[in-house]
Every structure is written in C-alpha cells, then in structure tokens.
Design a protein around this ligand. Sequence first.
Ligand SMILES: [Zn+2]
Length: 476
Amino acid sequence: MTLKIYNTLTRSVDELVPGGIKKEQISDYPPVTIYSCGPTVYSYAHIGNFRTFMFNDFLRRYLRFRGFRVDHAMNITDVDDKTIAGSIREGMTLREYTEKYTAIFYEDLATLNIEKAEHNPRATESIDEMVNILRLIDSRGILYEKEGSLYFNIAKFAGYGKLSNLDSSGIKAGARYDADEYEKEDVRDFALWKAPRDNEPCWDTPYGPGRPGWHIECSAMIRKIFGSTIDIHTGGVDLIFPHHENEIAQSEAAYGERFVRHWIHVEHLLVDGAKMSKSAGNFYTLRDLLSKGYSPRSIRYLLMSAHYRKQLNFTLEGIRQADQALERIDNMIVRLKDVRNESGNSTELHDLTAGMKARFVEAVDNDLNISAGLAVFFDFITAVNTLISADKLSTADAGMVMDSLREIDSVLGFIFYGNDENDADSGRIDALVRERIEAKNNRNFARADEIRDLLRDEGVILEDTKDGTRWKRKKS
Ligand SMILES: [Zn+2]
C-alpha cells in the first residue's frame, strides 16, 4: 500500500515520495519535511482556522503511524498589515501585542490535543533570510523599486500562476499591489518589501528601511529551516492565491530550484451552512464554544471527521453527534475493562484487530480519507461489542483490543483524550469501581456507598449506565 495525496500543483492524487526519490522501504526515507502556514497572531483564532490546524495534526500523526519520520514547521506571522493595525489599535508595541495572541494560540492548540510542530519560527526572526531573497531576486532582474517599496515583477517569472491556474495573459504589466491580501481579479506585481510609514515597525536593510510583505516571510522561514525543496506545504484553500502563488514565485526565482513537491489545501469550514462572519452571528472562536459548555474533545472529533477536501458544515448539533460517537467508544472501553473471562477466542480477535488496522490504512492511504477510516473503526467497535455481549472475549482479548485502540489513537487523538487512560491513578480507581460493583451484587450497599463517597471526595464521578459503571474526573 502506498500513501497518495491530492496535489494542488499537479491537480492529481500523487504518491507521497519524501525527498523526491522512490525507495523500496519506507524506513529508508528521510524525514518528511512539512511547512504549514501558521496563524497571524492578531486576535483569537476561529473554529475555521482550527480546522486547518487540526488537519496538520492529523497529517503528521498519520505519517508517523505509517512509519515515516516527520520534520514539521509551522510559523507565527507576527508582522503584517493585520498585526500592525491591531497593535496600533490596542496601543501596544507589535511584540507585546503578538506575544499575547501567540500565547493564547498555543493554549488553544493544547486544549484540542494538537501536537506542537518541531519548529515554530516567527517571521520577525527571519529578516536576514528575507534580505537574502531580495538580493537573489534582484540579481536576476525580477525586482524593482517604487517609492521606497520593492516589488516582484511577475511578467519576468514564467511560472507565475501555475498553482492557482491563473491565466496571466490579461495582466497589466507594471501594475502594482501593496496589500498583503487581494483577489484573483487584482493580480499584479506584489510588494516584497514595504517602505517605512509612520507608526509602523521598521528594519534597516541594504535596500533601505522598511518591513516585509506577508508572502516573503514564509519563503524565508522555509529556507532558513529546511535549506532546500520541501516535501509538503499545507494551508487553507483561501491561501492558494495570492499567498502560495507568491511564495512559489519568490522562492523559485531566488533559489532556482523547485520550492515544494506536494501542495495540500484544506477546504473551508462553514457554520450552519454559511460562510462564517461576525455580522451573520455564526462566528465562533474555540473559547466561545467552550464557554457554552461544549467539550474540546467533541470539537476535536468533529473537526477531524470530515475529509479535508470537502467543506465541513460545523453546527452545534454536529458537536452533540460527536458526543454520541465518543460515548460509543467510551462505553466499549468500560465494557472491555469489565471482561473477566479467562478463556476466549484469541485467533478471531487477532484477525479482527489486524483486519481493522489494514482497512483503516487502506482507507486513509487514499488521499487521507479519514471519514472512510472512521467508518472502519466504528464497524470494529460494533464487532467487539457483539463479542462482549456473546461472552466470547477473554481478558487477554480485551487487552489486545485496548492495544489496538492505543495504536489508532496515535492518529485520532480523541479516544483516550482527557479520560482515565491518561490518569496515573486509573488502576486503583478501576479496582475500587469493580469492588463497588461486587459489593452491590452481594447486596453490601453500605460498602458500595462508601466507595462512591470516597471517590467523590477525590473528584471522581461514577455513572451507572446500561453497559456498566464508568467514571470520570470532575472538571475543575
Ligand atoms: Zn504562508
């Protein structure tokens, strides 16, 4: 089986070949080098942003699950039009302002169980490499100056438009654009370096003082960290034009080699079927949802469950459905822990878990189709529950199922998220819960109540369900 992923550049589903050279054994591959456009730290990230960051997390986890090593960078954009405007509005220095929102961003990632990338460069720490790119582009005659700003002459770069499939024939030569973000209809020469303005932060360079345009920042950070062509570049579909188109133009013009092998773009997130906007009242930050009482684990599940190339319609009802899906998983785990049979059918269980893993890989290897992978996983849960109900599972079998859950959870990150599996005390609590069940069976209600009270004092809540007793820690 080989992992194939849609490549925006070739417009086809291509095999992932780290380093660009096919090898027989995956273990021989160099680490997969990945760069993801990170947040512009000018406010709280919204739930649409987190769809893309969740995809990055899923991608790196799945690559490791498939035996690849991963070397991943996600930047922090801490200087651009939006951060500068925000810092002026709030009366803070750019550094104070962006540090505040960077810290909030990392907290939100941790809340959603999103792993940190190996590198988190900040744009303002890569100014030297930006100047190097300017120098290289200048030496090829593709750069020009106008009123103290430096522009990229797109007419002199033959490949311009190849990512976004742009027809550049009607472009007016010499027309320029200063803003970081603009539409396809506005395709023009873009600003690499912007002339100093009052109140704006400024760096001295051999080209004069000023500050970077947004696009050159990612090109510089990628070069600084990885040195040459990278395997994967990710971002939301809204970044294809102009941001990624401009990244390609700058990097390939400067260094004269391919910039990125595999471009992966994540589709939009809609809320209640519409584009998210503050005026429509369907704009959510992660913290908005948490304050309404929704659990981050369910939000993680929902954000991850749709295929990345399909639009995801985010609704509060969808979070409730995610709750139910997670409850199915939790209930099975409770039942597995209650298995007491010493004899079972290990061969059947072995085939079942191996089959689940093989079908999961087959599904997800096909353009990272996680929704098909989750269907395989929930079929497995049904099959395990059937075996438990028929009393066909031994304690060893149950252990085998738990092992396979841990393996799959290295990709999903929501099975054992924040529940007893991560609790150092879980063995003792499980034993007390079992003792309480036995006490109740023996009509020793005094002892059963005593155990319940003891656990309650420790902040552990017991729930008696039709599938047995489960416990969880009270959220502080
Ligand atoms: Zn970028």
